[in-house]
Write a protein that binds this ligand. Structure first.
Ligand code: FMN
Length: 408
């Protein structure tokens, strides 16, 4: 019985080849102005039914409203957007695409490919459940979008740009593998860079966590100094030093964490732009060889596609320069942290000397100093790793930039 329903399920999916890319162009309201023959064939609508109709003509209820809310939010603000979309053809069958929508003069362009990765399998489970929830709770798209973002967070994607970059990169790599094409070095490099940048965030988190764990150390120092009265004057100085340092660390830590996230976000954006440029380039090549595209303005559409891919290749290059610049800037935040870590070490050594003089509180002082030592060692080790990662990011961005320039 289960097998039968699975067969039925399959039969309701429309298949198209992995090397068939779609594109369509809409006006500013999402009304279809043009499309290629793959789009027309798979949607099963006639051109007279597609042109001049809202793009939601192919809407499938399993794609969450939240996804479209995020789409419009991004493209109206001039940002490119990518998403998995389940669409419905005229005969009621469905097909999955990974769609990239970019703003153009007077409207939007959508290029789409056939997805096939593990991530698609996850989305196939998530979307219908999420859409059902939207309907059950009668959620407005604007209210449901943050919930979709939360869901992506639990799936390991801190924000939507990270998700769409990782998804598109994986889908393109899978497409190349399926079509027996050589590995795309740009995508492979970006994939590596994205993973590396994730470890950068993890290291920055280690420092932030270590700070939170030890936040009460200065207070404990002060308590100890107070208990010792006059005898505790030196410890009191140490505690004051440490308190000041701790406040400074907290301030720098906020900038440091923000800078690490900024590097990561810039890499996600560059990754997505580079992948977008590649899909647009392929769509253009396919369209040039395609017979029977709709309308008479074929040349104009080719020009438009060409302009888009040139624009996105240039944006990807700018993105790479930004990555190198942000990583370089992040180095300054690391130096600030290193300076504070060194000052902490001085405070700790002073404490160690004092420790031997106060036998009565030796154990507690020892414990505090051990915590301080551990904190300092954790920060120093994470900073060393970050230094290596940061160097790597800068050199990878340099390689990618050189490759992009050679390709241009
Ligand atoms: C360029 C472009 C392409 C689009 N492609 C699709 C698509 O393939 N499928 C779809 O359901 N909506 C697509 N949309 C979004 C629709 O305009 C619409 O927002 C969506 O179908 C949700 O409709 P609803 O709010 O009436 O449910 C596209 C929008 C643009 C601007």
């Amino acid at each position: 019985m289960a097998r039968r329903s699975a067969d039925l399920f399959d039969a309701s999916e429309i298949h198209f080849a992995f090397d068939e890319l779609f594109f369509s162009r809409t006006d500013a309201a999402g009304v279809i102005q043009f499309g290629n023959s793959v789009f027309q064939r798979v949607s099963i609508y006639g051109w007279d039914e597609l042109l001049g109709r809202p793009h939601k003509i192919v809407r499938h209820p399993d794609t969450p409203r939240a996804a479209f809310w995020l789409l419009w939010d991004a493209v109206k603000a001039g940002r490119p957007f990518g998403a998995y979309v389940k669409n419905r053809s005229k005969d009621g069958r469905y097909y999955w695409v990974f769609a990239i929508v970019t703003p153009i003069d007077g409207g939007y362009l959508s290029v789409r490919l056939r997805p096939s990765t593990e991530l698609l399998a996850v989305i196939k489970r998530e979307y219908p459940a999420f859409s059902a929830l939207e309907r059950k709770e009668n959620l407005a798209p604007a209210d449901s979008a943050p919930l979709l973002l939360d869901r992506l967070k639990t799936l390991g994607f801190p924000d939507y740009p990270t998700f769409m970059a990782a998804a598109l990169g994986q889908e393109l790599a899978a497409l190349d593998a399926r079509l027996g094409r050589p590995h795309d070095p740009t995508i492979a490099h970006f994939q590596g860079l994205h993973e590396t940048a994730k470890t950068l965030l993890q290291k920055a988190d280690i420092i932030a966590d270590a700070y939170v764990t030890n936040e009460n150390v200065p207070f404990n120092f002060r308590v100890l100094a107070a208990q010792l009265g006059q005898d505790g004057a030196a410890i009191s100085v140490i505690s004051t030093n440490y308190t000041l340092l701790s406040v400074e660390i907290r301030g720098i830590l906020a900038d440091f964490t923000a800078a690490a996230h900024d590097v990561f976000r810039t890499i996600s954006e560059g990754y997505f732009l580079a992948c977008t440029a590649r899909v647009q380039r392929e769509v253009l090549n396919q369209f040039r060889n395609e017979a029977g595209a709709a309308g008479e303005a074929r040349e104009q559409e080719e020009l438009l596609l060409d302009r888009q891919q040139v624009e996105y290749s240039a944006k990807a290059e700018t993105g790479l320069r930004e990555i190198a610049r942000k990583a370089k800037g992040f180095r300054q935040a690391c130096l600030d942290m290193e300076r504070l870590a060194a000052a902490l070490e001085v405070t700790r050594v002073m404490g160690k000397v004092e420790c031997s003089r106060h036998i009565s509180v030796k154990d507690r002082l020892d414990e505090l100093l051990a915590r301080l030592e551990h904190f300092q060692a954790t920060v120093a080790a994470a900073l060393r790793d970050i230094d290596v990662i940061n160097e790597h990011i800068q050199s990878e961005a340099g390689h990618l930039l050189a490759r992009a320039r050679r390709a241009a």
